[in-house]
Design a protein around this ligand. Structure first.
Ligand code: KG4
Ligand code: ZN
Length: 343
């Protein structure tokens, strides 16, 4: 059973990404990244990202249509990341999307990047997957959510009080000189390390925290602890530091996610966002969920980091649920509450 042909456009950060789905079937997923242009600055430079999107978006669109064996006229609806993200970067995608929707006479769905990360998981399941608990861990956001309907009803259980999980990876990689983006670099470096070599702190896990803010995260104390350790230990073993840091992040994320499932009585967990590509997180999540009898869903690594398939998927889900399209003149927005699914 195929559904509407939806084109998804994602340009919120440094990936120019176009995805095409037919309902829950993925037809094309093209990603052009400008990450190498940012690497020497140690982080994404907004102006460089916007210019790179302008150059990459037309070729990416042409490639996606070719991969799907379609022409623009076949497209039933256009979905685009309306926020959150870098405003100049978002505007390249949203202007392209609005132009296409207007020219083709098709509806446009300006959707939330965060909900889109989660909805990529729906591509791999025919059956309803709600309600579900979602652990969303990306470069800009970390939150625990209860999803009753991804198009309409998302409840925030908790979020990070300071750095996002991916941001913590990026910052630690930077002080260890491992390059940018830090997540994949730490993941690689940690492979030859001992995760129990250094006992780094687990943020917000005192008994008081479990009582008052069980679903919130904090990574700033961990970041300081790693920086102090590096300063005090000139002969440190890179693999051990990376593995022990990674273990501290992943352990807390999963303790709280499993707790959310148990407390809410929802025995399904989806993990989404760039950090969900982390090999240790994936491994430990499957162990802990099996033990707690929780059904675990983690998209394949290439669909965890930013992509257009996730945007197209959310667009198709919006159509299937009969949700209204966005006005053509919607405003892209750099900050957007995680509960707001579309503009
Ligand atoms: O979802 P995403 O691609 O972009 C945002 O929406 O932010 O997430 C990017 C973040 C970066 O912080 C990156 O370091 C992290 O995801 N990341 C990883 C891994 N791959 C990407 N973190 C840990 N391990 C990885 N393998
Ligand atoms: Zn993202």
């Amino acid at each position: 059973m195929r559904g509407p042909l939806v084109l998804g456009i994602e340009t919120s950060c440094d990936e120019t990404a176009i995805g095409i789905v037919a309902g829950r079937t993925l037809l094309a997923n093209v990603i052009a990244s400008s990450v190498e242009e940012h690497a020497r600055f140690g982080g994404v430079v907004p102006e460089i990202a916007s210019r790179a999107h302008l150059e990459a978006i037309q070729p990416a669109l042409a490639q996606a249509l070719k991969d799907a064996g379609l022409t623009l006229k076949d497209i039933d609806a256009v979905a685009v990341t309306g926020g959150p993200g870098l405003i100049g970067a978002l505007l390249v995608g949203t202007s392209t999307a609005a132009g296409l929707a207007l020219g083709l006479g098709r509806p446009i769905y300006a959707v939330n990047h965060l909900a889109a990360h989660i909805s990529v998981d729906y591509l791999t399941h025919e059956n309803p997957v709600e309600p579900t608990i979602a652990l969303l861990v990306s470069g800009g956001h970390s939150s625990l959510l209860k999803i009753d309907d991804i198009t309409h009803s998302i409840t925030k259980l908790g979020a990070t009080m300071d750095d996002a999980a991916g941001e913590a990876f990026d910052k630690i990689a930077r002080i260890m000189d491992l390059g940018f983006p830090g997540g994949p670099a730490i993941d690689r470096t940690a492979r030859d390390g001992n995760p129990t070599a250094i006992d780094f702190p687990r943020g917000l896990t005192t008994s008081d925290d479990w009582r008052t803010r069980p679903y919130d995260f904090s990574f700033s104390g961990l970041k300081t602890a790693v920086a102090r350790y590096l300063e005090a230990t000139p002969q440190y073993v890179r693999g051990d530091v990376a593995a022990s840091f990674q273990e501290a992040v992943v352990d807390v994320l999963l303790q709280k996610a499993v707790h959310a499932c148990q407390e809410s009585g929802i025995d399904r967990l989806v993990i989404a966002g760039g950090v969900a590509a982390n090999s240790r997180l994936r491994h430990l999540a499957s162990e802990r969920c099996e033990r707690a009898k929780i059904t675990l869903a983690i998209p394949e690594p290439a669909l965890c980091t930013d992509n257009g398939a996730m945007v197209a998927s959310l667009g198709a889900l919006m159509i299937a649920a009969g949700r209204p399209a966005s006005p053509l003149a919607f405003d892209a927005t750099s900050s957007m509450a995680v509960e707001t699914v579309s503009l």
